[in-house]
Design a protein around this ligand. Sequence first.
Ligand SMILES: *Cc1c(COP(=O)(O)O)cnc(C)c1O
Length: 384
Amino acid sequence: MDKMILTPGPVEVAEPVRFAMAKPILNPDLDLDFFDFYENLCGKLKKLLHTQNDVLVLNGEGILGLEAAVVNLVQPGETVLVLDNGFFGRGFADFVTGCGGKVVFLSKDYNEAITAEEIRQALIEHPEIKVATMVHCDTPSGMLNPVGELARVCRERGVISVVDAVASMAGEKIELDDWQIDIVIGGSQKALSAPPGLTILAISQQAWQKMLEREIPYGGYYLNLVTWKNGWLAGTKEFPYTMPISDLYALEEAVNRALAEGEGLYARHRMVASAVRETLSRAGFQLMPRQDCRAVTVTAIMVPLGIDDERFRRQLWKKYGVMIGGSWGSLAGKVWRIGHMGEGARPEKLFRFFDAFEKNLRDFKREPYPMAAVFAELYQESEI
Ligand SMILES: *Cc1c(COP(=O)(O)O)cnc(C)c1O
């Protein structure tokens, strides 16, 4: 039986991307061609994100990028606005307190997006705040925040915006320069569909300025972004440490594929997401969050009463070879998540998921509903 993962990251990696990792290993510290390769890769990512800002790819998955952004920007004692309407949104607070910063939460129900007006009010109430953190797609609940609108409010007020786009990049379109986000962070293992292990950061001049003007410079080495600014980005042809060359080869292949698909990439995500949700609603599942703020990369549904989350998902994997996600924090045990990002956002995979899901539900003594057939019909309709 072929196993298939439809978790909201890591996602399946396509064969050409896996094969790219088998290329010969050259010396990334010394080989001039590798410098060109790295620069080129960052150029392609700029294209994907619609930005002129500096782009870096660092060794370590999304969390490393999030922590790097915060610890480089935030000085001890400084207050940060943390937008909290999801698990990862709230999670930024740990990075802030970890480097001696203070947190002001802008908290909201995990079913609703944060609005431009709400962030404006919070920044007016706290004029001392110079950094705000937020999440584009908060994966544990499938929440999509309008980060373009939120970041523009930050820019108007001279506040640096930090956006976790790990679970949205290459699934939801990101127009970085237009949106005026100061630091956006992506990961290789989500919609980009490369192996886990890399994080992508796009950094504005305003963000660099904030880092460079700190009274107390950031003291760490591995996460230090200023080292990159004064080194690699200043043209020294030097990396602060050896680059993970095979992971980068894979990421390049994945980015090539995303760019080649163009607008079709986003259309595919929208069509799959909409057919998945309609199918689940018709089958009687309760979806979250509210309809107007659902990211196209993941669907979250409430676990039906009387079904044990872990047992159900374990059997789905063992007996039918399909893996979906549970959730985290306050949603643990209560929510299932179907990832349809990147390589996961393919109708044939979701057809197989629904077929297995249907059978597993029947095993758990639930009324049968022809979800696979309904999904296929809905998806075909959306193609016309
Ligand atoms: C996956 C993800 C990350 C990275 O988390 P890992 O669990 O380490 O992969 C960060 N933010 C969001 C919103 C994510 O979905």
